[in-house]
Design a protein around this ligand. Structure first.
Ligand code: ADP
Ligand code: MG
Length: 254
């Protein structure tokens, strides 16, 4: 298995945009995992799961639970694993994709989270890069869906809350024993050279900020896949530079 990359941060900072653009730059075979019940990453990647006969993990589980009523004596683990691979794993030439999905029933996300967590080691072993996009905030750390992270990218907006957020990420990871090899701070498109100073002086590894890109704004507004952005998109170039600084792509490729 290759690198496990997680994008985290507060709401609306640009995590999913970063994950989608990163998927364009990293080595294949690669797998993208959307841990946000909001399911926006699929749209950014131009994926229509339903049209491709695929389901989110939440939808698959709902169906599975209904079918199981009254049945017993069979191997739930192996059946669920084949369901994840057959029903939920979207395969494409460029990358594969899996989504936690929205749960249209009362209750927490413990069951879909547990499926993702339990099957992660099996599902991710064939990929060179695995990119996980997180929901807003810190709860996904508590859910411990991923506990061994290579590169944790914290996408920040220029606010006092963001600076506090960095501290909370460090504390919660330590407290819950979420391991990461590298933690990288990334300034979102709202940072200026001046406000970047906050991140440079934070004591953590600050990589760079993502340039404001009107096309990204427009594509997201219209639901156009970010994979169609032109190669010279300022946001894409920033993400490439950030990944190169993190040692995930060779400088020459930027
Ligand atoms: N580099 C950028 N330039 C302009 N707008 C951006 C950029 N990155 C993200 N955005 C905008 O910020 C908003 C939030 O982005 P998104 O990736 O959905 O954030 P998150 O996943 O953190 O909630 C979207 O409207 C998106 O178009
Ligand atoms: Mg998002």
């Amino acid at each position: 298995m290759g690198d496990v990359i997680v994008c985290t941060g507060r709401g609306g900072t640009g995590k999913s945009t970063f994950a989608a653009l990163a998927s364009r730059c990293l080595n294949s075979p690669k797998l993208l995992i959307d841990m946000d019940p909001d399911e926006s990453l699929a749209d950014m990647l131009g994926i229509d799961l339903e049209a491709n006969g695929k389901k989110t993990i939440s939808a698959m589980l709902y169906e599975f639970a209904r079918e199981r009523v009254g049945r017993s004596g069979y191997n739930v683990f192996s059946e669920l694993l084949s369901r994840v691979l057959d029903d939920c794993l979207y395969r494409d030439g460029g990358f594969d994709f899996i989504s936690l999905g929205t749960k249209f029933a009362v209750g927490c996300y413990c069951a879909p989270d547990a499926v993702l967590k339990d099957f992660m080691p099996t599902v991710v072993q064939d990929y060179e890069e695995v990119i996980l996009d997180s929901p807003a905030g810190l709860e996904h750390f508590n859910r411990k869906v991923v506990v061994d992270i290579d590169d944790l990218f914290v996408i920040l907006d220029p606010s006092e809350k963001s600076v506090k957020h960095i501290r909370r990420v460090l504390d919660i990871a330590k407290e819950l024993r979420v391991n990461y090899h590298h933690l990288y701070l990334v300034g979102n498109y709202k940072f200026t050279e001046e406000t970047e100073e906050y991140l440079r002086s934070s004591g953590e590894t600050y990589l760079a900020r993502i340039e404001y890109d009107p096309e990204v704004k427009e594509y997201n507004l219209k639901g156009k896949p970010l994979l169609e952005l032109s190669e010279n998109s300022p946001a894409l170039q920033s993400v490439k530079e950030i990944l190169a600084k993190a040692g995930l792509i060779h400088k020459g490729a930027v």
